[in-house]
Design a protein around this ligand. Structure first.
Ligand SMILES: [Zn+2]
Length: 199
């Protein structure tokens, strides 16, 4: 495109179906609230802080994109600034692996909570869980020490990960099934339902 004088707002499509105009609005919003003043440096200052769901889709992303259902909050680790709401597509534009993982794990947590609240029969399968989600739940304190895990919550999550990773689910014994059920009912589900960073 000679001269770069083409001012049409939509010039080309970015990854995740994003337009140039939206991407530029995103860049402006992020740089305005960052310490760094270049996009490449600014994206490194942020972490994903929370996720709210609005089934009515009334939210508008910081890039101007309307009809957001999943509204993420991101927080600048250098100056404490917060951007809200921002959609997952825009967070993916940062191209920072940790942010993508945080978006995914909070989305997974929300999906799990919805299933629990809808009364679905939630089991330890990839329909509701991922390895990353189990590890995240442990990191966030879902497995407090008690007499059954010998005072170490890591015992609980290690057990669940081991069961989750079993390719042959028929190899899980009845006592193991009961233990999985107990951990889900007494620790995972109440923790997920009360988890404040997802609303
Ligand atoms: Zn956006």
């Amino acid at each position: 495109m000679p001269g770069g004088n083409d001012l049409r707002p939509v010039l080309r499509v970015y990854s995740h179906g994003m337009t140039t105009a939206s991407f530029q609005a995103l860049v402006r919003a992020v740089i305005d609230d960052s310490v760094a003043n270049t996009w490449a440096d600014a994206v490194l200052e942020w972490e994903v802080d929370g996720l709210e769901e609005d089934p009515r889709g009334l939210g508008m992303c910081v890039c101007g994109q309307p009809n957001l259902v999943q509204l993420f909050t991101i927080r600048n680790t250098r100056n404490g600034n917060v951007l809200f709401p921002i959609g997952s597509k825009c967070v993916h534009q940062f191209e920072v692996k940790e942010l993508d993982q945080q978006v995914n794990v909070l989305s997974d947590l929300l999906r799990l909570r919805t299933a629990i609240n809808d009364g679905k029969f939630v089991t330890l399968t990839s329909e509701y869980f991922t390895r990353a989600l189990l590890e995240f739940l442990y990191d966030e304190g879902a497995f407090p020490p008690d007499q059954w895990n010998g005072g170490d919550g890591e015992v609980d999550v290690d057990f669940l990960l081991k069961m989750f990773n079993k390719r042959d689910k028929d190899a899980i014994t009845p006592p193991q099934r009961r233990k999985i059920r107990a951990l889900l009912m007494t620790k995972v589900f109440p923790f997920v339902q009360a988890y404040q960073r997802v609303r």
